[in-house]
Design a protein. Structure first.
Length: 307
């Protein structure tokens, strides 16, 4: 069995465990158990910051980590994703976000995709920052703002089908049309956003600051983001860099999001290959126990998959 096959088998088993944990969390009114979490947005590159939160789905045995990011452009800020839908996360996250942006203005809440660990605190953020607009790829809009369940996506693996049959369609956001912005196509500059009805955005970053590339294996409208000034890639869930082993004692290792969270595993492998071909210095996955992934390590990982 090759590296990719072993990764998929392991991921399938973890998906069953994760499914049990996630369903338990969801049915506790989002009062999820806590593990280790950030208290603030920490700098990872010039004008680029990260907030990490690790939730213990099964205490001391199975944990799930997710990061959100903040990009600074002058006195303007772009938030990348909105983290877990748990009260514990939201309280810490909102305090950190308000502190990080206190000297400027949060302009955008930019979603890489709409899975629950990436939009969990979106409602609270929108209430706290009433002028911030929500940005996403137009192919992700039905799941974030249209009430469509991810369970309706045809999957190429049984783990996805099982997990999403267990999870309720908890995304019940009602986003005002004037606060929604879209990008479209396979790639482009984030300055090219348009409103839900085609109108110009209230604010947009300068051309050349932030580019996007669609990576649809994990979710139909998932995008990764290239911060051009630092050649940093916000890799969303295209890859992961997580500790493994019993009690998560091993060093972080590159891998994929579990099959149960990824609808198209074949495309996800192609996405990883495309990721390694981008001109970057460091990739920062949303699920990362490390300090980012150097380009050389990403290339080596892809080569090990024999794609």
């Amino acid at each position: 069995m090759g590296v990719l096959g072993k990764a998929l088998l392991t991921g399938s088993l973890l998906t069953v465990i994760a499914g049990i944990g996630i369903v338990a969390v969801v049915h506790r009114s989002y009062e999820g158990p806590d593990g280790v979490q950030s208290q603030r947005f920490d700098g990872i590159a010039t004008d680029l910051f990260r907030f990490g939160h690790t939730m213990q789905l099964i205490p001391k045995a199975f944990e799930a980590h997710v990061s959100t990011f903040l990009i600074k452009s002058g006195r303007n800020y772009i938030l990348i994703d909105a983290g877990w839908p748990t009260q514990n996360h939201t309280l810490l996250f909102m305090a950190a976000l308000k502190d990080a942006t206190r000297a400027g203005t949060l302009r955008w809440i930019l979603l890489t995709h709409g899975h629950m660990d990436h939009i969990g605190s979106l409602k609270e953020i929108m209430e706290a920052f009433p002028d911030a607009q929500v940005v996403m790829h137009i192919l992700e809009a039905p799941y974030v703002a249209g009430g469509v369940s991810y369970s309706t996506i045809p999957a190429d693996n049984w783990a996805y089908t099982i997990l999403h049959s267990l999870l309720p369609n908890f995304v019940k956001l009602q986003l005002p049309m004037h606060r929604i912005l879209y990008v479209s196509g396979e790639s482009g500059d984030m300055s090219e956003v348009k409103g839900a009805t085609g109108q110009a955005p209230q604010w947009a970053p300068a051309k050349g600051l932030l580019e996007y590339v669609r990576m649809p294996g994990h979710a139909p409208g998932q995008i990764v983001l290239l911060h051009k000034p630092t050649a940093s890639l916000l890799a969303a869930d295209t890859i992961t860099n997580l500790r493994g082993g019993f009690l998560h004692k091993t060093a972080p290792q590159l891998g994929f999001a579990p099959p149960g969270a990824t609808s198209n595993l074949t495309q996800a492998a192609e996405d990883a290959k495309a990721l390694a071909e981008l001109e970057i210095s460091t990739a920062f996955p949303s699920h990362d126990h490390g300090a980012g992934v150097p380009k050389a390590a990403l290339v080596g990982f892809v080569q090990s998959l024999s794609l």
